[in-house]
Design a protein around this ligand. Structure first.
Ligand code: ADP
Length: 514
């Protein structure tokens, strides 16, 4: 058996996956690698195997202590000499580690990015041979994502300090921008860029309109994933607690997780969730990176994620064991508006955040297969999945060009100052107080939109926002503008085709058979 094969069997496997072998060969020949594959795609094995094959210690940078200690434990169980260097070690343990490294008793060394860039650590690393550097979760380097970790931006120094040591950067999510940022920041000039398919075919995708969100969730929990383990993502800390309490009262074992909880509470809830089958974790995005629980069977989004990348990552926490898993995202016009307002408040990168949201909106509002729409964002073309809500729906699409023209004209006539709800009332011919207050009964479009109901009008508005026919002002007063793009809609040159509205069913609390 050759060394490569022997190493694989030490790590507990029999065959390399094609991408793994290619990446390992590149590293062994001294070349840098950028490897993008979804979570669970087998990235860790690449640096572990190459690290064992190459002479010297493989230095692995990982952002989370829990992730490091979990990997080190697993490797030690297989008899692999792995250790981690972090601030939880006492001076005695640190001395032992230094001794072991100098005497070549360690093959894989895990540490955090902040530790690695300390001058004393860099100096120390020069005192023995290094097989490679592996930068896990390398997207943390990008300032524009939702995962930015300032410590990562200093890792660019590695190339200058260790020009002959190959670097492998690993990331679980990619868009072209992030890939380029990783290469530039880490100074990977002639690196092999490898991308695995991001399609997680075992996860069913459903995206639907929010109506009575709590009751819709009950339906999902009761009819689609009864008794299963899963995560419900919400935006606010308060909401995670409210929903977890509410579900617990209904007899569905639930916990919450958010950034304002104490470290102790977070750890406890995480542990219970990981160990007790059938628990529901209601969390903000603080419950994220490094969660590797094989039996998570579903992920629900009760609020909108921040970007297609976050959505993909969060949904990807389900079905890590490769078995069928489900996801459900519920949203409405109000959620889109709120998310945009929140993004606009981001002190550093409001424009970027709004752009990310815009990309997400297009995935949500796009025509055709959900999975195709999502993966095309990651530059991947796949055939229709045949099992998302769109592929399974018998409902067709509708041509909404005329109705869109009415809506756009009404924005123009009301100078972009009236909220969408009022514009819809005007089109429906409702004589409400708000309508009378601006004497909208006198407008030529008053009552001229009765071909649609309120819900359908909202779907038109969502589409117009997602595809940037209209733009919402980001000041404290509501304003909306018609964009250049909508001119061709008003002239009848561009058609607006919208998928028919799809509601997810609801289940009342008292119908819940426990
Ligand atoms: P990632 O780091 O990309 O999230 P992991 O390295 O944790 O993925 O791998 C995910 C799962 O796939 C793990 O359970 C791992 O043992 C398994 N795996 C990785 N490579 C192989 C292989 N060559 N053969 C069989 N199983 C593998």
């Amino acid at each position: 058996m050759n060394l490569k094969k022997r190493t694989l069997s030490r790590l507990g496997h029999t065959e390399y996956r094609p991408l793994q072998e290619e990446a390992i060969d590149a590293l062994c020949s001294g070349r840098d690698v950028l490897l993008a594959a979804p979570t669970g795609g087998g990235k860790s094995l690449v640096y572990q195997a190459a690290g064992l094959i190459r002479n010297g210690v493989a230095v692995i940078v990982s952002p989370l202590l829990s992730l490091m200690s979990q990997q080190v434990d697993e490797l030690n169980k297989k008899g692999i000499r792995a250790q981690f260097l972090n601030s939880t070690l006492n001076p005695g343990e640190q001395d032992d580690l230094v001794w072991a490294l100098r005497h070549k008793h360690i093959d894989l060394l895990y540490l955090s990015p902040e530790k690695l860039v300390q001058p004393s650590v860099i100096g120390f690393l020069h005192s023995f041979d290094i097989a490679l550097f592996a930068i896990d979760e390398a997207h943390c380097i990008s300032q524009w994502g939702n995962f930015f970790r300032p410590e990562y931006s200093q890792l660019g120094q590695l190339k200058a300090f260790f020009p002959d040591v190959p670097i492998i950067a690993l990331t679980g999510t990619v868009d072209k921008e992030t890939m380029t940022t990783i290469q530039e920041s880490l100074q990977l000039h002639d690196c092999l860029v490898m991308k695995n398919s991001f399609d997680r075919a075992n996860i069913n995708i459903q995206i639907a309109q929010k109506r009575k969100a709590k009751q819709q969730i009950l339906y999902f929990l009761h009819h689609e994933v009864p008794g299963e383990t899963g995560i419900i993502y919400c935006r606010s800390r308060k909401k995670t607690e409210e929903i977890a309490n509410w579900l617990s009262h209904l007899g569905l074992p639930s916990l919450s997780y958010h950034a304002a909880m104490t470290e102790e509470d977070k750890q406890r809830n995480h542990k219970t969730f990981a160990e007790q089958y059938g628990t529901i974790m209601v969390a903000t995005t603080a419950y994220g990176m490094g969660i590797d629980i094989a039996h998570v069977r579903f992920v629900v989004h009760l609020d909108l994620p921040n970007s297609p990348e976050s959505y993909f990552q969060e949904v990807g926490r389900a079905g890590r064991d490769g078995k069928p898993a489900k996801s459900l995202l519920l949203y409405g016009l109000q959620d889109m508006l709120q998310a945009q307002q929140l993004a606009a408040l981001q002190p550093l990168a409001a424009e970027k955040e709004i752009q990310h949201l815009g990309n997400l909106f297009q995935i949500l509002e796009g025509r055709g297969c959900r999975r195709q729409n999502l993966l095309s964002h990651f530059d991947e073309n796949i055939p229709a999945c045949l099992h998302c809500d769109r592929c399974l729906s018998t409902k067709s699409e509708q041509n909404m060009t005329t109705t869109s023209q009415k809506f756009l004209s009404l924005i123009y006539h009301t100078k972009g100052l009236q909220p969408f709800a009022l514009l819809i009332q005007i089109l429906l011919g409702k004589r409400t107080k708000a309508v009378s207050a601006i004497r909208a009964e006198l407008l030529p479009l008053f009552g001229k939109g009765k071909e649609l109901n309120e819900v359908q009008w909202k779907s038109v508005v969502r589409h117009l926002i997602a595809y940037e026919y209209i733009k919402i002002g980001m000041s404290s007063i509501f304003t909306v503008q018609i964009t250049e793009k909508s001119r061709s809609v008003l002239q009848g040159k561009t058609q607006i085709i919208i998928p028919s509205e799809h509601y997810y069913p609801a289940l009342q609390e008292d119908q819940l058979a426990l």
